[in-house]
Each structure stands twice: as C-alpha cells, then as structure tokens.
Design a protein around this ligand. Structure first.
Ligand SMILES: Nc1ncnc2c1ncn2[C@@H]1O[C@H](COP(=O)(O)OP(=O)(O)OP(=O)(O)O)[C@@H](O)[C@H]1O
Length: 271
C-alpha cells in the first residue's frame, strides 16, 4: 500500500529566548496509508502534538520531509497550504474551545464550504450531521446547548465537510468521560469504514489507541522508540518506555497486568 502521508526524518525546533532553541522532534519517520488509522502515543511533552502541527503546517520544520499523496508539503504556505486544507483536517481535544460560541452549528459547518465556494452547502451540512448521528435541527442550536460528546460530534462534522482524505485527531476524546469516549471512538471507526478517511490519531492513552488504530508509533522525548501493528505493540511492547506506558494505562485484566509487571521487572519467568 503506498502511503497517503509519509513523514521522513522530521526535525522541529522551537525558538526560545536568547537565540536558544528546543528540539521537539529529533528525526521522526512514519507513514499513514489510505483508510488507515495510525496512532501516536506518548506522555505529555513527548512531541505528539508538534508532529500533528507540522503535518497541518502549524509548526516550522527544521529539516526532513512531509509528503502527502506524493507531493512535498513540508514548507507549503499561503494559497497552496489553504488548498491542502480540503485534504487534511483536524479535530482538537477541546470541543468547548474549538467551536465559536456565537455561531449556530449550521453556520459553523457551512463556513468552510462557503469559503471554498461550495454551492450546495446546506445539503452537505445535513449529510454531515447525519453522518455524526446528530439531529437535523441541530443546525439552529449553539455549541453551548450541546453536551461535550455532542460538541465533539459537531467538531468531527466540521472536519468532514470538506471531505478530507486525512484527519489529524489530537487527543479527540481525552476531555470526555469514559462512556462518551467509547461512543465517539466507535463513531471514528464507523466514519472511516463509510468514507475511507485516514487518521493520524494522537493520544496519551494506549487503551484509546488499541480501540481505533491499525498501527501505532510510540514517542518518547521527540523520538519514535517503537512502532508496529497495534495488537503486538500494546500487548507485548519491547521498549521499556512503552512498557511503562502500558503499566500506567487502565486495564480490563488487572491480574494479567500484575503478571506483566513482574515478568518485565524480572520477578517472574514469562509463562
Ligand atoms: N511553542 C513552543 N515553544 C517552545 N516549546 C514548545 C512549544 N510547543 C511545545 N513546546 C515543547 O515541545 C515539547 C513537545 O510538546 P508537544 O506539545 O508536542 O508534546 P505532546 O506530546 O503533544 O504533549 P501534550 O500531550 O501535553 O500536548 C514539549 O517539551 C513542549 O514544552
């Protein structure tokens, strides 16, 4: 499968005061295929969001390359970058902060279409509300009239209106309670089946990644320390940092978790 998104040896530095800089990404490579969900996990500060921002053109790349559908988009700016927004969209963590409270849901969803000159905006908005399982009359309501989960559905619908091929999902469920998390994750899975969209799925939670991602890369201090199919990486990780992350994540089977911990600490031979 040829990659839709191919990131090669990406380095991103943030400029700090007095001409110093902080290297947030230290040569990161990963790919996302068409219709694939690739997870990016790691603790806070490991560089996950920086990678997402670089893909969206919101972080300046020091070196390395970002290819999208065979085109080098690493340093794309201006009109060319705006055109790329038809293909690459984002869903942020905070559905409260990311929706304009003064606009109705209908206006929020129609805005990107009107900007892009789409004439059938009303029909597309209705289709997207249906896709994210929100009632048609939601168009008349304001974000404050919705629950957190419903707001995240609105944010997902807004990402979908331009029919993107890739969505960068930056901790899209971490502000939600566990039950709502599960329904939104299922929605992401259904939408991928229905539309074939790809996801770069940023999360600090291995449990979340296990539910939606086909493959996963684990970040630690600006580097990818482990990657592979989600099952093996999240069940039997090789890198000590991934093991720590797994031991810290909520589990369905605490006995198995305790066995793992003992095995990895050398307290017990593997079964
Ligand atoms: N604008 C900035 N200027 C300077 N340093 C930054 C800036 N943005 C992020 N950083 C630093 O870069 C590193 C990576 O941050 P990033 O937000 O990518 O991590 P993350 O893994 O997404 O963490 P979180 O889950 O907390 O968002 C951190 O050490 C952070 O402090």
């Amino acid at each position: 499968m040829s990659a839709l998104l191919a990131i090669d040896d990406l380095v991103v530095d943030y400029r700090l005061r007095r001409r110093s800089r902080f290297r947030a990404l230290k040569g990161v490579s990963l790919s996302v295929g068409p219709g694939e969900c690739v997870g990016l996990v790691g603790e806070s500060g490991s560089g996950k969001s920086t990678l997402g921002k670089a893909v969206l053109g919101l972080a300046t790349v020091t070196s390395g390359q970002i290819m999208f559908d065979g085109q080098d988009v690493t340093h794309l700016r201006g009109a060319a970058r705006r055109r790329l927004a038809n293909d690459i969209q984002v869903v942020f963590q905070d559905p409260y902060g990311s929706l304009d409270p003064t606009m109705t849901v209908g206006e929020i969803l129609a805005e990107p279409l009107v900007v892009a000159g789409v004439t059938q905006a009303k029909a597309v908005v209705a289709e997207m509300l249906d896709r994210v399982r929100l009632a048609a009359d939601s168009v008349h309501r304001y974000p404050s009239e919705f629950s957190g989960g419903q707001r995240q559905r609105v944010a997902i619908a807004r990402a979908l209106v331009r029919r993107p091929r890739l969505i960068v999902c930056d901790e899209p469920v971490s502000a939600l309670d566990l039950t709502t998390q599960a329904t939104i994750l299922d929605l992401f899975i259904d939408l991928q089946r229905e539309t074939g969209v790809s996801y770069l799925f940023v999360s600090h939670d291995l449990g979340v990644v296990r539910r939606v991602c086909h493959r996963v890369s684990v970040m630690y201090q600006g580097e990818i320390v482990e990657s592979g199919a989600t099952g093996p990486v999240t069940r039997e990780p090789v890198h000590p940092y991934t093991r720590r992350l797994l031991l810290a994540s909520p589990v369905a089977d605490p006995v198995r978790q305790a066995e793992r911990r003992n095995t990895w600490l050398g307290l017990r031979e593997p079964a």
